[in-house]
Design a protein. Structure first.
Length: 72
């Protein structure tokens, strides 16, 4: 699985939800979108990737995966 492609997809999702005025709602919405629309392999791969020391994830996506990764 190409984790850089997954990171790019997740970052685009993050860009969309980052405009929400409530940060917690944005983080939850990012995680919910990934949970609803990504297959389990993709979810496991992006959560694992988010746990690496250096990634290309945007700050909001990295935070969403850190806070809500347990349910993905």
């Amino acid at each position: 699985m190409d984790t850089e492609n997954l990171a790019n997809m997740a970052n685009r999702i993050g860009q969309f939800f980052e405009s929400l005025p409530d940060r917690e709602e944005a983080l939850d919405s990012i995680a919910n979108h990934i949970l609803l629309y990504w297959e389990p392999r993709m979810r496991r791969a992006i959560v694992g990737y988010a746990g690496e020391a250096s990634t290309s994830l945007s700050p909001i996506v990295a935070e969403a995966l850190r806070v809500h990764g347990h349910r993905l």
